[in-house]
Design a protein around this ligand. Structure first.
Ligand SMILES: *Cc1c(COP(=O)(O)O)cnc(C)c1O
Length: 812
């Protein structure tokens, strides 16, 4: 252990020697990173052990957050920050000739998630530990995480994410805690001597779930929780048995591979249901390992099973782990001998569910046949849950077949996972006020009528430790100088900054910090893409998954419009802009990939046209990830949050930008609405259809994109550039499908409808940006109100309203 720079240097040099057999002089940055990681982990271990002891001896209630995704990003810098070792280590390394920043960049992102949902899980873990709450993650240790994106010829190419290639320094394999997960086979039932029904699962396949534990370090509070990632392995016993059978080794290898597939790769779909059998296997693999592990820990307490809900909460991040409900029922009934009613009471009281979407294409369903063959016992349990629930509905309202058909868990040969999750849990939450309202009044209104007390809102949040303290040290220090550092443990106190809104020197410094971060991003762009961007231009940033509803297409159509104006209209004036994009498209999402091609095509035209280069540049940054986001967000002036109203449940990117002083250009959607409520009309740019407009068009029709196209000359001209001869189409049919989506298919996402409003709002932003001091005051207001969106606030609400847990020790 080390408590001073000198001790650090000593310990670091020793670690290099003992771990890698190397001296400081010969170590590469990668060697130095590995040995630093190992050293920091030693430091963490003591607190980790202590935290676990404390939880056990206090018998604290434990929360297990089940998520198919944890988008953790890099851990070194955040662990050092949370352990208060940052400056000590930085200075010690500098003495040895290493830069901490460069060592941090040696770490591969742990990209075990697609986007917002996975990043939310990661922010929640940070807040749980930092608040001293006993909450842990259960996930899958995918061998390949989110694919690495390369842009070749303007097209997205997916490369495997070999994040484990150089070992993951933070994990600890715990084979002694492995559990068995069973698939397939049959269920025999018989009546036991005392008259109870006994279910016996036979002829199954089994796979070992081996946990790899990753420490989750709290901020300055000695708490270390656990992210437990399960890896699928063939069991030793099974391996030996199969290898010795007649069909021998070849067969054994095939078998082993088919088992290990279960933790092989992350499904790279976002906002779209990935309906493949392997995905269902992955979901059950996580759920079964997690439920068994939670029960095993509970049993160490030697309490009756009826107190399980007082000691354990099982939270499911979207419906992907909804099989927690029938799995817990199975274990309680088949393995612990409880009756149905007792098991059901325990299950409902333990499980809570977060809904992340109302997009119908994202609502998860599984063919009953899949479930029956793959999970025969769970299939029986789900049928029974459904049966009893339908009877309950019938009891309330005999004869209303229609209502029962709508609410049933199993219908049309499909298991509806959201229905299972609502029926089997005690809490259902949406992720922003608007989203929860839409759930209650529209998408889930029939369920809301049956279980009104279950529905609640928990507006998402982000950890201000990663997204401000770590990603933007310059800004964090500036804030500390102005208002002290109370806001670090109580982010709401950022509001003290409002007192600085007329302090000209302070505002100018704030502008100066933004400029510095823009210069850093500009040199990254220059170094990696050879594009020179003007740091005095507006950095207008649209980074998130590529999806129709997120409307990157609206943004790029605006760029095409501006380009045309600059070229053809001598009186057209604009404030210089740098349009920055980053986004991954699901590999099978044709439309999204075409949008990437269009952005890169427009970038190629614009960036190579000297006639406009004083005024605009377009940059598409490859491989959007947590570490890239940390680089871009502090340098942003305008945060593009332009989803079709009602479609973005919350968004969390919007919060990261706000916290870093960007102004939002957004629709009244998701958490944008709450940002607007806080900062007021003047410090946000809102535009476009309201969610009621969109929902009502969806219900009643009445929208024709063709009408808008016919009547607005700018729309017509811009859209036509996609298919008529233009610098963008180059006379090819490349963008025909995009054009058709907007006209022939009547513009599902209301891009054409919102175009004029978007253009006008962008124009206004251009004017406003000229008034630097006022702009900086608006930026300040955004930072000052962003504490509301710290995930500490979100997690405190979950802790109080859903999980009923309290901090184990108070913050220092
Ligand atoms: C925050 C974040 C997201 C979510 O962004 P939205 O704009 O809310 O969709 C996705 N990916 C990464 C890497 C993030 O950091």
């Amino acid at each position: 252990m080390f408590n001073s720079k000198e001790e650090f240097i000593q310990a670091f040099s020793e670690k290099l020697e003992t771990e890698l057999g190397m001296g400081v002089e010969t170590a590469t940055e990668h060697d130095a990173y590995r040995s630093l990681g190992a050293l920091v982990k030693d430091h963490i271990n003591k607190n980790w052990l202590q935290t676990n002891h404390q939880y056990e001896s206090n018998q604290n209630k434990q929360v297990y957050y089940f998520s198919m995704e944890f988008l953790m990003g890099r851990l070194l810098g955040n662990n050092l920050l949370n352990m208060q070792l940052l400056s000590l280590v930085k200075e010690g390394l500098a003495d040895l000739g290493f830069s901490l920043t460069s060592l941090e960049e040696q770490e591969n992102d742990a990209g075990l998630g697609n986007g917002g949902l996975g990043r939310l899980a990661a922010c929640f873990l940070d807040s749980l530990a930092s608040l001293g709450l006993a909450g842990h993650g259960y996930g899958i240790r995918y061998k390949y995480g989110m694919f690495e994106q390369a842009i070749i010829d303007g097209y997205q190419v997916e490369l495997p994410d070999r994040w484990l290639a150089n070992e993951f320094v933070w994990e600890v394999r715990r084979p002694e805690q492995s559990l068995e997960v069973r698939f397939g086979g049959h269920v025999n039932s018989r009546v036991s001597s005392d008259g109870t029904l006994i279910f016996e699962h036979v002829d199954y396949e089994q796979v070992q779930a081996v946990p790899y534990d990753v420490p989750v370090v709290g901020y300055n509070n000695e708490t270390v929780n656990t992210l437990r990632l399960w890896s699928a392995e063939a069991s030793q016993e099974d391996t030996l048995k199969r290898a010795s059978q007649q069909d021998g080794f070849g067969n054994f290898l095939t078998h082993k591979r088919s088992l290990e597939e279960m933790s092989e790769f992350l499904y790279p779909d976002d906002s779209h249901e990935a309906g493949r059998k392997l995905r269902l296997k992955q979901e059950y693999f996580l759920v079964s390992a997690g439920v068994q592990s939670a029960i095993r820990s509970f049993e160490h307490l030697n309490l009756p099973l009826s107190s399980f809900p007082e000691k354990v909460s099982l939270h499911i991040n979207d419906t992907h782990p909804a099989l927690v409900i029938p799995e817990l029922m199975r274990v309680l009934i088949d393995e612990k001998g409880l009756g149905w009613e007792a098991a059901w009471t325990i299950t409902q009281a333990s499980v809570s569910y977060t809904n992340h979407t109302t997009l119908s294409e994202a609502l998860e369903t599984w063919p009953v046949d899949f479930v029956r063959t793959l999970l025969p016992r769970l299939h029986m349990v789900i049928e029974e849950i459904n049966e009893r629930f339908c009877q309950q509905l019938w009891g309330q309202d005999p004869g209303d077949f229609d209502r029962i058909a709508k609410l049933a868990i199993i219908a049309d040969g499909q298991v509806k996972m959201a229905h299972l999750a609502i029926v089997g849990s005690h809490s259902v939450n949406g992720v922003a006020k608007l989203h929860t309202e839409i759930l209650k009044t529209r998408e889930m209104k029939n369920f809301y009528a049956v279980f009104p007390e279950r529905f609640n809102n928990k507006t998402n949040g982000i950890t201000h430790r990663r997204w401000l303290l770590h990603a933007n040290k310059l800004l964090a220090n500036h804030i500390k100088e102005a208002i002290g550092d109370r806001w670090i443990s109580q982010p709401d106190q950022l509001r003290d900054l409002i007192g600085k809104k007329d302090d000209e020197a302070f505002l100018d410094q704030l502008g100066g910090i933004k400029q510095q971060k823009k210069r850093e991003l500009a040199s990254f762009i220059k170094d990696n893409y050879g594009i020179a961007v003007d740091t005095n231009s507006i950095f207008d940033v649209h980074i998130k998954r590529l999806h129709g509803y997120k409307r990157q297409l609206l943004n790029v159509l605006h760029i095409m419009y501006v380009y045309h104006e600059l070229k053809s209209n001598p009186s057209f004036e604009m404030t210089p802009r740098t349009f920055i994009f980053a986004a991954k498209a699901a590999p099978s999402y044709h439309f999204a990939k075409k949008v990437i091609k269009l952005i890169t095509r427009v970038a190629g035209v614009v960036n190579n046209d000297p006639a406009v280069n004083g005024q605009m540049k377009v940059v598409f940054l490859e491989n959007y990830s947590v570490s890239l986001a940390e680089r871009i967000i502090p340098a942003t002036d305008i945060s593009e949050q332009i989803s079709t109203a009602s479609k973005e449940a919350s968004g969390t990117g919007n919060m990261k930008f706000m916290m870093n002083g960007a102004l939002t250009l957004g629709t009244m959607d998701g958490a944008n609405v709450e940002i607007h409520d806080l900062v007021g009309d003047k410090a946000i740019y809102t535009f476009g259809l309201s969610s009621e407009d969109v929902l009502s068009y969806g219900q009643n029709g009445g929208y024709s994109s063709r009408e808008v196209y016919e009547s607005d000359e700018r729309v017509r001209r811009t859209l036509d550039q996609l298919v008529h001869y233009s610098p963008f189409s180059k006379g090819e049919t490349e963008f025909r499908d995009l054009y058709d989506s907007l006209l022939a298919y009547n513009d599902e996402y209301f891009v054409v409808k919102d175009f004029a409003n978007y253009v006008a709002t962008q124009q206004r932003i251009g004017y406003d940006y000229q008034q630097k001091r006022e702009w900086n005051a608006k930026s300040l207001l955004n930072i000052a109100h962003s504490g509301r969106f710290s995930s500490d606030r979100t997690i405190q609400e979950y802790a109080q309203d859903i999980w009923d847990i309290r901090p184990v020790r108070t913050l220092k």
